[in-house]
Write a protein that binds this ligand. Structure first.
Ligand code: DL6
Length: 818
């Protein structure tokens, strides 16, 4: 039976009792942190009961489960999310209010579990939310990084990285499960033994090993009592370091095992769309893949005895190439531990694994040097060699005489192990994450593979969860929508369509804009408290928040701000609607150009924000430490959403959908999921600019783009570029931004100047902004555009995406819950 959250009165009492029993304090004396912990335990009580019931039903109903294999789960804070999903948010808010405490301050005590970089990890978290809400059995499988995504400090405009010690105090929403520990082995060598029956036994020797310990986190469904599990793995040494090892002469090994365990799960690699190729990362990949597969098979064999039928109950979805070792490790476990021959093991594996591609960026395609791979995973390497040998034979048979193709597609080539090739060779499904992205995969980046296996390729456009990004982040708008169209949209976002009936209702439009203003005031206060900058909530809030990457073109945005500033200075009389440009972005620690762009944004802000002569028409704010928790407030307050990547480069984007859900109007290129947003919205409710993906791809192919031509024909560009290097924005060091200038213009400094076509799209971007200025001045028209965005957001729910994965790829059984 589903357990409900207690009533407000009961909650008041329970929270007070918890504070007393946990901290031996009266409520009045408790700190906010202690109250947060007490609330977490009260909510946990309900969650755990439902978790137990769900797991019992798993055993009874024996449904097929998906194991979502991902190096990243950017889950964000869980207290608020769990209260919403258990339908107890208002009750807890009221109980706390009755006790004289603001729920926001209590929620703010929770560390933000930042076990991911950006879009890929947040998508995984949204998928888990939708799976539980739709009652599909699922396990998230990942890593319990001790230090998640770094905290960003801005010091004199520069980004500084500060470790994120989120586990400093016990995290209340995780449960250590020592009863499900598994050994994972690295290094050593493989010995063969021929068996009397003619088969060969492979024995792994001389290895170092660690014990993988899972920590389970509950993933609650919305209002249905379903609780799935996110298992994140931590490592510990197999043997505690003992003097006895020393006496046996194993001192070195004991030290190695200790160090291996200590380092494995220490940090998340802070790279988005970029692979560093460090051996420790490969160790992390194998560690969580091996542990997760062992647990999955162990669970299966507890209730079934025919391992050949594993695909009937289990599917492993590989979130990008990071968990591709799933293929070879599953083969190893099936053959070496469960006695299958190659063909049977391959049959099972290729019916159990599926692969999602999340990028076409060349620097994000994972390739491991063969020597590192072989040294670290000797048995796995042997298996990869055999998969590769058979795969090359298959290519040769299908395309006789095309040796070039075989070389291009091989898993082992040029001294490297190509992970995407293995994922496609073994996966029964290969999907992109937006329609355009999937077309580019099929026709350009993975064309050889598409020719070989057209039936494997399919598209699953990304989505986001409306429970976190509207109900939790923007409760005022959420309540308003409930009043207007009821609650159906909470689990069926297509019902937002009903809001179209309000598009000509002036009163409703006004209420809608009043809510936006309230949210802008909330963000303005946050900005004042954190940045000391006073921004006018009546100005246009134009927002770009996402990871800093050159292809996402924050540079285009800030160059445009510099241009606007020039215009306002030169034409003080011009009719310009005051605008606040808001940025939030973390750059990878070693990504110099990206870090310099952050400094540029801050320096431009410092000049503009302090220039009294422009009468507050322009403000620039860089929000420090952009993360899931402050993101929710930012989306709620945005008027304009900047989605301006170079067409073809952003696989999908999901920030674009979060803004749309919150009634911001997009300025964007025809890239990723923007294309589908345009299709849903019609051209009149979105501002599209710039080159198409076909044009970009053609320029890249023909090498015929020269940014100097763009500069020469546009005096505004000339002026802005000259200001990059004349000290305008860096008086003490006029050369500071020279690398940015060079990246745009100087072919001697970069492989190709202006790789991401910033100057090419500049004029068209300025024009689109002029249209925004015009549109915003007509307040009613703007309200209609913004509300249209909410009304047409239905497609972009992760519930829709998950249902498509279930129907086309996973074929899961829904769990029946009473
Ligand atoms: O699919 C989720 C997300 C997309 O929305 C973004 O467009 C895409 O850039 C991102 N891809 C990655 C690739 N990571 N690596 N490595 O993060 O995936």
């Amino acid at each position: 039976m589903k357990r409900q959250m207690p009533s407000t009165k009961e909650l008041e009492r329970e929270i007070k009792d918890r504070v007393k029993s946990m901290f031996r304090k009266d409520f009045e004396d408790a700190t906010e942190e202690e109250i947060y912990r007490a609330c977490a335990e009260v909510v946990n009580d309900v969650v755990i009961d439902n978790w137990l019931t769900t797991q019992k039903e798993f055993v009874k109903q024996d449904p097929k489960c998906v194991y979502y294999m991902s190096m990243e789960f950017l889950i964000g804070r869980l207290l608020g999310n769990n209260m919403i999903n258990m339908r107890g948010y208002t009750e807890v808010m009221d109980a706390l209010a009755n006790l004289g405490v603001d729920i926001n301050l209590i929620e703010d005590q929770e560390p933000d579990p930042a076990l991911g970089n950006g879009g890929l990890g947040r998508l995984a978290a949204c998928f888990l939310d939708s799976l539980a809400t739709l009652q599909y059995p699922a396990y998230g499988c990942g890593i319990r990084y001790h230090y998640g995504m770094f905290k960003q400090k801005i010091n004199d405009g520069f980004q500084e990285e500060v470790p994120d010690d989120w586990l400093q105090t016990r995290y209340p929403f995780e449960l250590q499960r020592s009863e499900y520990e598994f050994e994972v082995k690295f290094g050593g060598w493989v010995r063969y033994e021929n068996q009397p029956d003619g088969s060969t036994k492979y024995i792994h020797e001389g290895y170092n090993s660690v014990i993988a310990t899972p920590y389970d986190m509950p993933i609650t469904g919305f209002d249905n009592g379903m609780v799935n599990t996110l298992m994140i793995w931590d490592a510990k040494p197999k043997e505690v370091f003992r003097l006895a090892s020393f006496e046996r002469g194993d001192y070195n090994k004991a030290v190695e095992d200790m160090n291996l365990a200590r380092n494995l799960t220490e940090v998340l690699y802070p790279n988005d769309n970029h692979i560093q190729g460090k051996e420790l990362r490969l160790k992390q990949q194998y560690f969580f893949v091996s542990a997760s597969l062992q647990r999955a098979i162990d669970k299966y064999l507890r209730y079934h005895n025919d391992i050949m039928r594993l695909p009937e109950k289990v599917v492993f979805q590989m979130n990008d190439t990071h968990p591709t070792l799933t293929v070879a490790e599953l083969m190893r476990l099936l053959m070496d531990e469960h006695g299958l021959g190659w063909d049977d093991a391959w049959e099972v594996t290729t019916h159990c694994v599926a692969y999602t591609n999340h990028t076409i960026m060349a620097e994000a395609l994972e390739k491991w040097p063969e020597d590192i791979f072989k040294g670290l995973l000797p048995r796995i390497y042997m298996i990869v060699e055999e998969i590769n040998r058979r795969f090359c034979e298959e290519i040769k048979a299908k395309f006789p005489g095309d040796d070039e193709k075989v070389h291009r597609m091989a898993i082992l080539a040029d001294g490297q192990v190509k992970m995407a090739h293995m994922a496609i060779c073994a996966g029964f499904s290969v999907n992109g994450v937006a329609a355009l992205h999937t077309e580019i995969l099929k026709n350009v980046s993975l064309h050889d593979f598409y020719e070989m296996y057209p039936e494997k390729f399919n598209n699953k456009t990304n989505g986001i969860t409306q429970r976190r990004f509207l109900m939790h982040g923007n409760y005022k708008l959420s309540d308003w929508v409930i009043k207007k169209i009821g609650r159906g949209w909470i689990t069926d976002l297509s019902q937002m369509e009903k809001l179209t009936m309000l598009l000509d209702d002036k009163k409703s439009l006004q209420q809608f804009m009043d809510i936006k203003l309230e949210n802008k005031k909330r963000l303005a206060k946050y900005i004042f408290d954190h940045n000391g900058i006073a921004v006018d909530p009546n100005s246009i809030f134009d927002v770009q928040v996402k990871r800093l990457h050159e292809y996402k073109r924050q540079l285009l945005n800030i160059l445009h701000v510099m241009y606007l500033y020039n215009q306002i200075k030169e034409h003080p009389e011009m009719d310009f609607y005051p605008t606040t440009f808001i940025f939030g972005a973390k750059a990878s620690a070693g990504y110099e150009n990206a870090k310099l762009i952050i400094k540029l944004i801050n320096n431009v802000g410092a000049v503009i924000n302090n220039d009294k002569s422009i009468d507050n028409k322009l403000k620039v704010v860089f929000i420090e430490d952009y993360r899931v928790s402050n993101a929710e407030w930012i989306f709620a307050a945005a008027d304009v959403s900047e989605q301006i990547s170079t067409a073809s480069k952003e696989a999908s984007g999901t920030g674009n959908m979060k803004f749309m859900l919150n009634g911001a109007v997009t300025i964007g290129t025809m890239d990723g999921a923007n294309v589908e947003m345009y299709q849903e919205l019609g051209g009149e409710n979105i501002f599209i600019f710039g080159m198409s993906s076909d044009e970009v791809i053609a320029h890249e192919k023909n090498h015929d783009y020269n940014p100097v031509d763009e500069m020469n024909k546009n005096p505004h560009i000339q002026k802005v570029l000259s200001q990059l290097v004349n000290g305008n924005y860096s008086i003490d060091n006029p050369e500071l931004f020279r690398p940015i200038y060079n990246s745009l213009l100087n072919t001697q400094c970069t492989e190709r100047a202006d790789t991401y076509f910033v100057l090419k799209d500049f004029a068209s971007y300025c024009e689109a902004h002029e249209k925004i200025q015009e549109a915003y001045k007509d307040r009613e028209k703007w309200a209609r555009m913004a509300l249209s965005n909410v009304a047409h957001v239905g497609k972009f729910s992760s519930d829709r995406t998950i249902q498509e994965y279930v129907d086309d790829i996973w074929h899961l059984d829904k769990l029946e819950l009473k």
